[in-house]
Design a protein around this ligand. Structure first.
Ligand SMILES: NC(=O)c1ccc[n+]([C@@H]2O[C@H](COP(=O)([O-])OP(=O)(O)OC[C@H]3O[C@@H](n4cnc5c(N)ncnc54)[C@H](OP(=O)(O)O)[C@@H]3O)[C@@H](O)[C@H]2O)c1
Length: 335
């Protein structure tokens, strides 16, 4: 840990942030705004001390008092950083996360594609490694990673289904209202949902990466992005949406995993009946439904993307990581 615990002031945990874009910047300002509240809750202070981005000069004004540079690998290896928060989207980020954990720091990441492509990180997730957290990588603010990792840890999961990609849901919602595919995609871009290059959303890769992470946690063995048979959406989906709508149904890009003589996985557009909980996914809303042996059917519903929503997940992960690093300060309970 960065500062000595012998002084009267609460000790400090130092956070290094990789990426200061939509998610990283929202996290940095949420951490700054909630510093005092979090210090009280934790008994330690959590401070952002450095940030790595591609173009440091563009970010220095927004991060006063913080060392800003362009070397993410050095940040991950820097022993003065206790918690690495990664929100870069760089496909090579897994190496940084592994490096941080290997030296005893905690790693918090929103980068689903990096995690879902890296078997050692997936193995660590399957084993519930206390220093690896990725709530923000799946379904934004929905607490589905922690639910599978902790709350349902004693359970046998039968099946898991989700609408996990906001861009395709946004486009499908617009098609239901009569938009052409190109206009719906343009509207998704304008609303800030679709990337400049929305290929990973439209191809289903984004949803498949999220499914790989959830299946890894639910079935406790590494499921990689490459293990998920995936089909996305293109302009041909317009006719399916119209026919489904005429029968009171909706089309959504559904990610599913279930046990049937081994673990089955799939991402594809599906026609959903109106009563299906997944049919409630609209615009940027994600839905996840899990069926397990004891709990029965459970459903999560809420904002699956956006800087502030994902920052909420990252903050929760930082607190969990902080407690793992400093131990619990729960005190005694009178008998
Ligand atoms: N946006 C969402 O709603 C959302 C929700 C959940 C999860 N996520 C995930 O969160 C991650 C970040 O998404 P975002 O939307 O915040 O992306 P973004 O707005 O494009 O920001 C990416 C940031 O990472 C920096 N960066 C990229 N490559 C880097 C590298 N090699 N070294 C150092 N810094 C690097 C960029 O630096 P420059 O600014 O200098 O270019 C930028 O600050 C992605 O993995 C994404 O899948 C996003």
């Amino acid at each position: 840990m960065g500062e000595t615990t012998h002084s009267m002031a609460p000790p400090v945990l130092r956070v290094g942030l990789i990426g200061n874009g939509t998610v990283g910047a929202a996290f940095a300002s949420a951490l700054e705004a909630s510093h005092d509240r979090l210090s009280q809750r934790l008994g330690v202070r959590v401070r952002l001390t450095q940030a790595a981005v591609r173009t440091p000069d563009r970010h220095r004004d927004a991060l006063p008092g913080i060392r800003v540079h362009d070397d993410a690998a050095a940040l991950a290896a820097d022993t003065s950083v206790d918690i690495v928060v990664e929100a870069s989207g760089d496909p090579g980020a897994a190496g940084w996360l592994r490096r941080a954990i290997a030296r005893g720091a905690a790693a918090v990441s929103a980068n689903k594609l990096a995690i879902a492509s890296d078997r050692p990180l997936l193995d660590a997730l399957a084993r519930r490694h206390p220093l690896l957290h990725c709530e923000g990588a799946v379904a934004g603010a929905l607490p589905i990673v922690r639910a599978l990792r902790d709350s349902l840890d004693g359970e046998e999961i039968h099946d898991l289904r989700g609408v996990l990609n906001g861009t395709t849901t946004y486009i499908l919602t617009r098609l239901e209202r009569g938009d052409r595919f190109a206009d719906a995609l343009a509207a998704a871009r304008e609303a800030g949902f679709a990337e400049g290059d929305p290929a990973s959303d439209l191809s289903g890769q984004d949803a498949a990466a999220k499914l790989a992470i959830l299946a890894t946690l639910a079935w406790r063995r590494a499921v990689t992005l490459a293990d998920v048979p995936t089909r996305g959406i293109d302009a041909h989906i317009v006719d399916v949406v119209r026919v489904a709508g005429a029968h009171g149904c909706r089309v959504r890009l559904v990610a599913e995993a279930w046990e049937d003589d081994g673990l089955q996985l799939r991402v594809e557009p599906k026609i959903l009946e109106a009563g299906d909980p997944l049919a409630r996914a609209e615009e940027v809303i994600n839905v996840v439904a899990v069926q397990s042996a004891l709990a029965g059917p459970l459903t999560w519903y809420g904002a699956g993307a956006g800087g502030r929503h994902t920052a909420s997940a990252l903050l929760g992960d930082v607190l969990t990581a902080a407690r793992a690093l400093v131990g619990t300060h729960t005190g005694r309970i009178a008998a």
